[in-house]
Write a protein that binds this ligand. Structure first.
Ligand SMILES: Cc1ncc(COP(=O)(O)O)c(C=O)c1O
Length: 379
């Protein structure tokens, strides 16, 4: 079984490591100062909490923010809460990152900040962005949720913006968790949180047997639980998630090198099947993200893959600008975002776990090939 969200391979060594995550006292911050020197690291319950803290600390309420049109709609309630007017930027066809040339065309005197997401693991051109940010006095917020330990010109992402944040569970089996990378003098007071029933479900979801069970019978249980969670105060990460992050951080860089090698091989094979890939260098492949061939019905194809126990495409076939409430609230004219719309129609994220071997990728490719043949037969 193949899943896109981070999985834990169950073997004796991992079992002991994971078991201890339920009892240890977390010890994380020192491990990260190498990657984010001269910055303060704060662990929050979710990435979105870190983003809210950023808005408050940078006084961005009642202002305009430049935002990628191709991003998750969890940002929408936050924009509403703080009365932030997003100015959406369309994306480049193959990097899936913002079209930088739209910044100067769309900026207004009320625009105070820009949200940069290094989507699916590929770095934005930070040189150009920082140049424009300086010119227009914009605060730069880097969202590194897909790009932990990704680099731009040999410097780790997360060190370019005025402030950065990460949603940990995109790349780590941490159940939940956010990381705020901010100036040393920010004072942040967080409420303590504990391992909850929702975390327990997310924990089970890291193992393929349960993940398959939830896909089959549970719908999107954890997702719905998450939507219900409404905390007024900002909260910190719970100890179990913090320990899981610390555990899987240990070999992360080594695993990343292996993952990138496998991803490049995977990309080459997918290109032979007419998928279009994120070609640029320095991709850390949070997801193995590709565009389905134009002639292939993506939704049909993804459904058929599931029959072969390949669960592809987690985010975002419905990016923020396709949310009907967002469209109404900000009077979105979809014709301004042709690339975002095209991507939403054709995006497929394939499974790529840290522990996969070349054999796994070969098996996946074989199944993908068969499924494409079946898809065309059905059409
Ligand atoms: C790029 C990006 N940033 C932020 C978030 C929000 O993170 P969290 O779910 O931890 O609040 C997401 C979630 O999908 C995301 O994909």
């Amino acid at each position: 079984m193949y899943f896109v969200h981070p999985q834990i391979k169950l073997n004796g060594k991992n079992f002991l490591k994971i078991f201890s995550c339920f009892f240890r006292k977390p010890d994380l911050k020192n491990k990260l100062s190498f990657y984010f020197p001269k910055k303060q690291i704060v662990f929050t319950d979710m990435g979105r909490t870190a983003f809210k803290i950023i808005i408050e600390k940078l006084n961005l309420e009642n202002s305009e923010m430049l935002v990628p049109a191709y991003i998750c709609d969890i940002f929408y309630p936050i924009f509403k809460k703080y009365n932030i007017s997003p100015i959406f930027l369309d994306i480049e066809p193959f990097s899936f990152n913002i079209k930088i040339e739209e910044i100067e065309r769309k900026i207004t005197p009320k625009t105070k900040s820009i949200l940069i997401s290094h989507t699916y693991g590929l770095a934005n051109n930070m040189e150009k962005i920082l140049f424009l940010a300086k010119k227009y006095n914009l605060k730069v917020i880097e969202d590194c949720s897909h790009s932990f330990l990704g680099k731009y010109k040999e410097k780790y992402l997360g060190n370019f913006g005025d402030v950065s944040f990460i949603s940990l569970y995109k790349q780590f089996p941490t159940l939940r968790g956010g990381m705020l990378i901010c100036p040393l003098d920010w004072e942040i007071d967080l409420e303590k949180t504990f391992f909850s029933f929702r975390d327990f479900i997310s924990f089970l979801n890291c193992f393929s047997f349960f993940a398959n069970f939830f896909k089959k019978y549970g719908g999107e249980i954890a997702y719905k639980m998450l939507k219900k969670e409404k905390k007024e105060r900002f909260s910190e990460i719970n100890n179990v998630s913090s320990n899981l992050f610390s555990t899987f951080l240990e070999n992360f860089e080594k695993n990343l090198t292996k993952r990138i090698e496998l991803a490049l091989f995977f990309q080459e094979e997918l290109k032979k099947l007419n998928f279009e890939v994120q070609e640029e260098k320095n991709n850390v492949f949070c997801y193995l993200s590709v565009l389905a061939p134009k002639k292939l019905n993506r939704d049909n194809f993804v459904k058929l893959l599931r029959k072969d126990k390949i669960f592809a495409t987690r985010i975002w076939h419905t990016p923020i600008i396709l949310n009907p409430e967002v469209q109404k609230e900000y009077k979105i004219n979809l014709s301004e975002y042709p690339q975002t719309i095209e991507l939403a129609k054709r995006i497929v994220n394939f499974p790529l776990q840290n522990f996969y071997s070349k054999k796994d990728i070969e098996k996946l490719i074989k199944k993908i090939k068969n499924t494409i043949d079946k898809s065309f037969l059905i059409c």
